[in-house]
Design a protein around this ligand. Structure first.
Ligand SMILES: NC(=O)C1=CN([C@@H]2O[C@H](COP(=O)(O)OP(=O)(O)OC[C@H]3O[C@@H](n4cnc5c(N)ncnc54)[C@H](OP(=O)(O)O)[C@@H]3O)[C@@H](O)[C@H]2O)[C@@H](O)CC1
Ligand SMILES: [K+]
Length: 512
């Protein structure tokens, strides 16, 4: 099973491009608009042309993709929903091309005014106009629908008639190809609270947008197809990690490595109230490939660890990285323990209860691993403020603490204080199934991240690789596996993944 997300890159001609599947750029609406303006200004006729070359290239790629989806259907029938802007223009020019190939296309104008040139071209090619009621009645008999209502100009939500149609299409299970994004979502937002179209395929232009890759919006997008229009976009401020990015960075021991060179990780996790967290964090650290794990938590957990994981050393000693905080509960000496660990001058993972006792400074070499509730508490804002704009929240947490921050959840975000070329960049880990949303996943994840820090990865890549590896392992082992069982399957995912990345592609551990 391939854990990679269902991505494909298309050139504007509609052929699959040969791009290496690494670090997907995510563009904001502002970046797309600026690049589009510059490209259109250079076109003959300038930016004020009704139909730009960009629109025709987008429409051609869209038509090509729909045509391929229709392959083998006798007398294919398509329903097109058109909105008031250029998104509708894309749909109309694509319809013209499909009509020329013999596809029957009916169209519901959801707004009084639609793209004039696109409308003229499509109607001349044989487009049939229908109304809202007919657009719903047609759902059972069409092969697919094209949603060209709103694109990057969208505000969240749909006018009532379109919302009714979207709900009917979803109930009937009509495959919908969304143009740029499913209407009702907003490109730069992760939320999907308002009525929206649910697409089987989304064809987007220039680069992926946040709504395509961040949950819960991403679930409405189906398979994502990116049509590369050569917009000359600036370096991305938000990127999505691919499995290959993890494969080339995962620490693989060489012939000169021993347990110390591979990295010794200290686990100060668990408490008499929560001994399990210590066991889970240690399991995560061990199965991520630590050279040695030292357990520094409570006695009850130490005894269980000695029996279940006999290679783990109990008690203090030299370490190359440490995890503190998972399952600590309320403890009076939390700040003291963190400050003592900072004195060791090794990178730290600060998880769960440690996040409530952070020192005001000195966290540059630390990785914080909050979930949304913990991040909200850290920033003194509401949880919904974090979930509504996780990118802003994670950046604020970096500004506030000076540490690298991994925001855990259905989509996992990592931002850091710099040293990697761009302070503001936020990266999304490889996504996985929702099965990992269970007690204890955070503990094993924190242990894995500590092992990767001990192995020499930067805090940013330790976070991204650990979160991605847990997600990919869950994807390869679907079902309600407890977190320690998922952790125990990590070695299998690591072996499978690094096998796919030739040694020549490996990056030095400190490379971003
Ligand atoms: N950029 C590129 O590189 C390329 C871009 N291309 C295409 O252009 C598309 C962007 O086109 P666009 O700017 O005309 O905006 P688009 O999304 O069609 O509609 C905006 C209109 O919808 C309205 N409206 C929005 N939300 C609403 C709501 N909830 N409920 C009701 N109304 C709502 C909004 O109204 P307003 O907010 O102004 O009141 C405005 O009238 C882009 O997605 C891509 O498909 C390609 O052709 C080539 C390459
Ligand atoms: K759309």
């Amino acid at each position: 099973m391939t854990p990679a997300r269902p991505w494909r890159w298309w050139s504007a001609s509609g052929r699959r491009s040969g791009r290496t599947p690494v670090m997907r750029d995510i563009a904001s609406v502002a970046e797309i608009r600026a690049a589009e303006e510059a490209t259109m200004a250079a076109e003959p006729g300038g930016p004020d042309r009704g139909t730009s070359d960009l629109m025709l290239r987008a429409a051609e790629a869209l038509a090509q993709l729909v045509w391929q989806e229709l392959a083998g259907r006798p007398e294919p029938r398509v329903l097109l929903l058109v909105g008031p802007g250029n998104n509708g223009g894309d749909g109309l020019w694509a319809a013209q091309r499909l009509l020329q190939r013999g596809v029957r296309v009916s169209c519901w104008r959801t707004a009084p005014d639609v793209h004039a040139e696109g409308w003229a071209a499509a109607t001349e090619a044989g487009l049939t106009e229908i109304d809202a009621a007919e657009a719903i009645a047609a759902l059972p008999s069409i092969d697919l629908a094209i949603d060209a209502v709103f694109g990057i100009g969208a505000r969240p939500g749909l006018p009532d008639p379109v919302a009714t149609w979207a709900a009917a299409a979803s109930d009937i299970g009509t495959p919908v190809v969304a143009v740029d994004l499913p209407s009702g979502l907003a490109a730069d937002r992760v939320s999907a609270d308002a009525p929206h179209v649910r697409a089987a395929i989304t064809v987007t232009f220039g680069a992926a947008k946040l709504c395509h890759l961040a949950q819960p919006a991403a679930s409405a997008c189906g398979r994502l197809e990116v049509v590369d229009l050569d917009l000359g976009l600036p370096p991305a401020q938000v990127r999505a990690v691919e499995p290959h990015d993890v494969a080339v960075r995962w620490p693989v021991p060489g012939p000169l490595d021993d347990k110390y060179r591979r990295g010794v990780v200290g686990i100060d996790a668990g408490s008499s109230s929560y001994p399990g967290a210590g066991i889970l964090a240690t399991t995560g650290a061990l199965y991520a490939g630590a050279g040695m794990v030292r357990f520094l938590g409570p006695e009850q957990a130490a005894q269980a660890i000695s029996l279940r994981m006999p290679s783990v050393t109990i008690g203090p000693g030299r370490v190359q990285a440490m995890l503190l905080g998972s399952g600590w509960g309320d403890r009076a000496d939390a700040r003291e323990r963190i400050e003592a660990a900072l004195e060791l001058d090794v990178p730290l993972v600060l998880d769960a209860d440690a996040l409530r006792s952070l020192p005001a400074s000195g966290l540059e070499n630390c990785l914080l691993t909050p979930h949304a509730g913990e991040l909200a508490a850290l920033l003194d804002i509401g949880r919904t403020d974090v979930t509504a704009d996780p990118i802003a929240a994670v950046r604020r947490a970096v500004d506030r603490t000076g540490a690298t921050v991994l925001l855990k959840g259905a989509t996992q975000y990592v931002a850091g204080p710099g040293g990697d070329g761009d302070d503001r960049r936020v990266d999304l880990a490889v996504p996985g199934p929702a099965w990992t949303g269970q007690a204890g996943s955070g503990d094993t994840l924190a242990g894995m991240a500590a092992t990767l820090l001990a192995g020499g990865l930067t805090p940013r890549w330790a976070a991204l690789a650990a979160a991605s590896m847990q997600a990919m392992t869950a994807a390869r082992n679907p079902g309600p596996w407890p977190p320690d069982e998922i952790a125990a399957r990590v070695p299998d995912t690591v072996a499978w993944l690094v096998d796919q990345a030739p040694a020549t592609a490996r990056l030095s551990n400190q490379t971003q």
